[in-house]
Design a protein. Structure first.
Length: 280
């Protein structure tokens, strides 16, 4: 089984981004809004902060407790939209269930939406006009093409926890002429999805359910894209795929940690650089 080296690919992108920033003498700024105490979210924010420092991007973090009022977050986003020293804004997902995620995300200026999920940027993507492509789908597709450059006709199944992410992945993979399907998983269950999982040439999991995908579930030679992450109190970080049980059956795996995560961070910071020079 081949393991995807996300750090290697990410470091190349980060190096290119740092060189561009240094050459243009820019000092871009990235603002991250973090609500509550989700362990996986805190990991991603820390990684973004560390990488931003390396490439020369100023990093601003705004933390809110889980009881924050929606209006307070919206007010902060509007403030960041107006700041000239902030070129990129992300709202770290997931948000507490009591908050209207779509409403909050739509407040972010499309010009500063470096995650690429604002409705205006999604419409631009559908037309082939995207400036800021959504980073997680971009990372997932890049990893899949690392495993198999020709995706035409491949059966692709994505188990995701977000309808927006599922739709973006659908667009990306159908552009490659793959046979794509996705299922939104609200809980860590695969009941009803076993047959689809077993038939998938490429299986993508972004559920945050530790060791959800076992070897007995997958097709021989399957390509596994693990973008799930769970952090235990002892510091261990676990993905959605049970690596030990798939080792002799899968042909390719993006490990957690070290796979999709670093690549996603690198693509995000590249988007911050692109947002500085956005002219649309």
């Amino acid at each position: 089984m081949e393991l995807f080296d996300g750090k290697k690919v990410a470091n190349k992108i980060l190096k290119e981004t740092a060189e561009r920033i240094k050459k243009t003498r820019l000092k871009p700024g990235l603002a991250v809004i973090l609500v509550g105490h989700n362990a996986a979210s805190e990991i991603y924010v820390r990684l973004k902060k560390e990488a931003a420092k390396k490439v020369g991007i100023n990093f601003f973090e705004f933390k809110f407790n889980e009881n924050v009022q929606e209006e307070e977050i919206i007010e902060k986003i509007n403030e960041l939209n107006a700041r000239e020293d902030i070129n990129g804004i992300i709202v770290q997902l997931p948000l507490p269930a009591v908050l209207n995620q779509d409403k909050i995300m739509e407040v972010v200026s499309p010009r500063k939406d470096v995650d690429g999920f604002h409705p205006q940027n999604r419409r631009a993507l559908a037309k082939g006009e995207a400036v800021l492509a959504p980073v997680l789908p971009t990372a997932i597709l890049a990893a899949a093409k690392e495993a198999d450059k020709r995706l035409v006709g491949k059966k692709v199944l994505a188990l995701v926890n977000s309808e927006v992410l599922g739709q973006a992945l659908k667009m990306f993979f159908e552009n490659e002429e793959a046979d794509f399907a996705y299922q939104v998983r609200n809980v860590c269950l695969i009941a009803g999805a076993e047959k689809a999982i077993n038939q998938a040439d490429i299986l993508i999991s972004v559920c945050g359910c530790p060791n959800l995908i076992k070897g007995e579930l997958i097709k021989q030679g399957a390509i596994l894209i693990d973008a799930g992450i769970t952090r235990y109190t002892d510091g261990r970080i676990i993905g959605d795929v049970d690596m030990a049980s798939v080792r002799n059956k899968a042909s390719f795996l993006t490990p957690t940690p070290g796979g999709i995560g670093p690549l996603t961070v690198a693509l995000l910071l590249r988007n911050v650089y692109l947002a500085v020079n956005r002219r649309d």
